[in-house]
Design a protein around this ligand. Structure first.
Ligand code: NI
Length: 246
């Protein structure tokens, strides 16, 4: 069930039977020569929508802009500052809590978001601990690409060529979601330079000239995306059930 495609009456009815909600969170950033700029938002959104349909779970709007300053050397990337993402998460959570939601699972598609999302959770709970905010809320973070089943499958399909950014697994999943956007372009070298840290956007582009980090997304295909989606749904469902037990 999708919040964006529901009426307020339907949300009121949902709240009679459940008080949990899933929010996909991603990034808008370059993903190398054959990866879509929306990859990090498309992947968690695709998993969350499929989970929501299968299990009668409400899925909110995708927060599709995140922490991408290091990709700003490549056109099309849009980034927030950490403080902006923290404020966005805080206001999203407090809005949902106001309506009676008690469990919120963020399904994340971007490693660069993790530290800031955890800081946002700490900020929210600190405010609540200081008092003056009614209603308890349990917050969960599920990074789909770190899920046990998704990782096992990515390792089986790509081994070390999975790399750290613009990976064949995320490219496959985004292509499965949007087959009309599949890009067939040569990659040179096949496997990009391995990840070895970075500073700002200039430094990142110097180290990783085509935007990939240690990956060979030339191995990506739509069929792999279908399998990764199935693994991703199971991982996300497990994270959801764990959150509801808290
Ligand atoms: Ni990515």
């Amino acid at each position: 069930m999708r919040l964006q495609l529901s009426t307020w009456q339907e949300i009121e009815q949902y709240l009679q039977r459940a008080t949990g909600v899933v929010i996909p969170v991603g990034s808008t950033e370059q993903h190398g020569p054959n990866g879509l700029i929306g990859t990090d938002a498309i992947c968690p959104e695709t998993i969350a929508h499929a989970l929501g349909e299968r299990e009668d779970i409400l899925v909110g709007p995708t927060l599709s802009i995140g922490m991408a300053q290091h990709h700003m050397g490549f056109p099309g990337t849009i980034t927030l500052r950490p403080g902006t993402l923290i404020a966005l998460i805080r206001d999203t959570v407090e809005s949902l809590v106001t309506h009676g939601f008690t469990h919120i699972l963020f399904v994340n598609g971007h490693g660069g978001n993790i530290a800031t999302l955890q800081t946002a959770f700490a900020d929210i709970q600190t405010t609540r601990s200081f008092g003056g905010v009614a209603g308890e809320v349990q917050l969960g973070l599920h990074n789909w690409f770190l899920g046990a089943r998704a990782r096992r499958l990515a390792n089986e399909l790509y081994g070390a060529a999975e790399g750290a950014h613009a990976t064949p697994s995320e490219v496959s999943l985004s292509w499965y979601a949007w087959p009309e956007a599949v890009k067939r372009v040569p990659l040179e070298p096949e496997v990009a330079p391995a990840a070895a840290g970075f500073g700002d956007a200039r430094d990142f582009r110097r180290r990783y000239p085509d935007g990939r980090m240690g990956s060979n997304p030339g191995l990506a295909c739509v069929e792999h995306g279908r399998r990764l989606l199935e693994a991703g749904i199971e991982d996300a469902l497990e994270a959801w059930q764990q959150l509801l037990r808290r």
